[in-house]
Design a protein around this ligand. Structure first.
Ligand SMILES: [Zn+2]
Length: 121
């Protein structure tokens, strides 16, 4: 079990957040085995947004703020795609978003999140 990371989760007054014994009940941060939002860290979009509004500047400064334009070039424009052949089989392809060149991919390469032809960001 883990807690929702929303900084104001306990301030949303819902029945399921009321915990404790009679006479000393409080609204508490939600606790679940899993959450739907923010990569399994938040119980709701509200809590996710509360966290982002409070911490997004610190997070960006920590991981690196974008200060110049990034460029999509031939070297980093490859994206995975799929289509169907005449036999209705799925065909996996790598397509270049700049040159429109296509290269075939195996299903294994298609599903491998680390496999890429891109050589830059
Ligand atoms: Zn929450």
């Amino acid at each position: 079990m883990k807690f929702c990371q929303g900084p104001k989760c306990h301030q949303y007054k819902t029945k399921d957040r009321i915990k404790g014994i009679k006479g000393s009940k409080t609204y508490q941060t939600r606790r679940r085995s899993s959450f739907y939002y923010g990569d399994d860290n938040f119980c709701s979009m509200n809590c996710y947004n509360d966290w982002a509004n409070k911490f997004v500047d610190q997070a960006i400064d920590h991981f690196g703020r974008t200060t110049t334009a990034k460029h999509l070039t031939e070297q980093n424009a490859w994206f995975k795609d799929y289509t169907w052949n005449g036999n209705n089989d799925t065909v996996y392809i790598y397509r270049n978003g700049i040159t429109n060149e296509q290269r075939s991919l195996t299903e294994e390469q298609f599903r491998d999140n680390n496999y890429t032809l891109n050589t830059g960001e």
